[in-house]
Design a binder for this molecule. Structure first.
Ligand code: CA
Length: 229
């Protein structure tokens, strides 16, 4: 994949349902983490920083609705879209689910295709590059489908790692990324890479962005990491 794989957290206590869902999401190119109860879900959110959460309502221990409420109260997790799954179809439950801040709501038994479509809808909002949209920042344009980057009139040549770095930045301009977060997103957590590698590729990205002139849009945030703009 050209851009960092979108991450989804599947919270479902029923093993068969959890696996079917995870399998389908992985087949679509998602990086999937799985949790089987509420406590595990909260840990996974902090560790894996998912882009989207598919959350079962009925869970042992802390319920899905309570997880949703807690995540929507915290500034760091408020913007992660949550799709609630529920076996309860009563209108009052649906309203309660959405009132808790869930972004979407699906009644069991659901079709996997329908759920995947809903996940993609949410993804367009939070991971525009991963859903193939053209991103713009100042005079820089990045097209994740064609893998093209332009600045003003010029086409820029970027290596694959620099492309993933830039698309990660451009999806959230102004956000400060630590070196560890960039490693995790751009290189993937299964690969061992030293954090200094991040600095090397940031250097290459800066050079590539300025190859036809223009100011350096990448900001070094002392003690914190890097940001675009
Ligand atoms: Ca359940």
């Amino acid at each position: 994949m050209n851009v960092a794989a979108p991450r989804v957290l599947v919270v479902e206590d029923e093993p068969a349902q959890r696996e079917v869902l995870s399998y389908n999401l992985e087949a679509e190119g998602f990086a999937v983490s799985r949790a089987e109860d509420g406590d595990e879900a909260l840990l996974c959110v902090d560790e894996d920083q998912p882009d989207i959460i598919v959350l079962d309502w009925m869970l042992p221990g802390v319920s899905g609705i309570e997880i949703c409420r807690r995540l929507k109260m915290r500034a760091e997790t408020r913007n992660i879209p949550i799709i609630m799954l529920s076996a309860r179809s009563e209108e009052v439950d649906r309203v309660r689910g959405l009132e808790t801040g869930a972004d979407d709501y699906i009644v069991k038994p659901y079709s996997v295709l329908e759920l995947m479509a809903r996940v993609r809808t949410q993804l367009r909002r939070v991971r525009p590059a991963a859903s193939g949209q053209v991103l713009e920042f100042d005079d820089i344009k990045l097209d994740a489908e064609t893998h093209r980057v332009t600045r003003g009139e010029h086409s820029l040549k970027l290596g694959p790692t620099e492309f993933r770095l830039l698309s990660t930045f451009m999806e959230k301009p102004g956000r400060v990324w630590s070196r560890e977060q960039l490693l995790d997103r751009v290189w993937g957590r299964d690969i061992y890479v030293d954090t200094r590698t991040v600095d090397v590729h940031i250097g290459r990205l800066r050079k590539a962005l300025c190859q036809h002139g223009g100011g350096d849009p990448v900001r070094t945030v002392r003690g914190a990491g890097y940001a675009l703009g």
